[in-house]
Every structure is written in structure tokens, then in C-alpha cells.
Write a new protein. Sequence first.
Length: 159
Amino acid sequence: MDNIELAYLADHADQVVALAAALHAQDHEYYGARTPADVAADLALSLQREALPLALIALRDGSDGIVLGTATLSYDSITTHPHLGPWLTAFYVRPELRRRGIGRKLVAAIEAAAQRLGFAQLYAGSGRAATLFVRIGWHVLERVSYHGEEIAILRRDLR
């Protein structure tokens, strides 16, 4: 999709509740007993542009108000790997819009934000999207079981 605009979630704070519901629905096993309201509270922490955590969203150009996807740059993510960071987290693209380049654009924008903030590496923990990360230059460090799901721990060197 060529008509995609990337923006900071901080500029579209009214989307936090809808995004939290989508993230919770996608990864309800990961969130466990946490509710969509808990996820919204976490997302609200990412309403910034110059510090972590920060979140980006993909919107249709000309913005009809529908968020197509999101990704967050966070200090931590996979609790079994506290020595790694920062992390690309809360990665989501609406299911009916996957495989159209939206995820790739979000990942590239998070990589650019991490680089701008002075980070040399970026990490991600992913099950479903691991193949996308590998296709665009990320490296699998290891595969682990996390919250009952097999995921890859990936790294992207930014320099």
C-alpha cells in the first residue's frame, strides 16, 4: 500500500483504546489476565516522541481515522531477556491488510527512531512476524518458549 502515513501515537491519542483492544485480541495468550484497559494504560505511556517508550501508527493517507497498524520502541519486552534492549514491541497490522508492506514500513520507522535516539541495536520477540523480520535483515538469536508460544528473539544492527 502506497497511501500510508506514519505518525506518532502521541499525535493521535484518541486511538489508544482501539489499538489496545486490537493488540489484546491478537495476543490474548501473551497478555494473560491483563485486560484491554491494562494494555491501554501501557500504550498511554508511549505517547511521546523523544523518549522511550514511543509508539508509531500507520494511517491511510488522508486519514479516515482508522489505524492500520502500530509498533512501539520500548526499553524492555521479553522478561527472560532483561539484558537486551531496546525492543520493537506491540507490533500489529490489521489482519485483512497484512502482506501489503505496512508492517515493513512500521519496522523501518521504528528502526529509524531507535537510530535517531542513538541505539546501535534493536531487538524483537516474535512468533508470527519473525519471517518478516528475517526477510528485512534481522537475525534470529534464539528460539524460546514464552507465555506458551514459540517465539524468535531477533536482533537488528542499526550501524
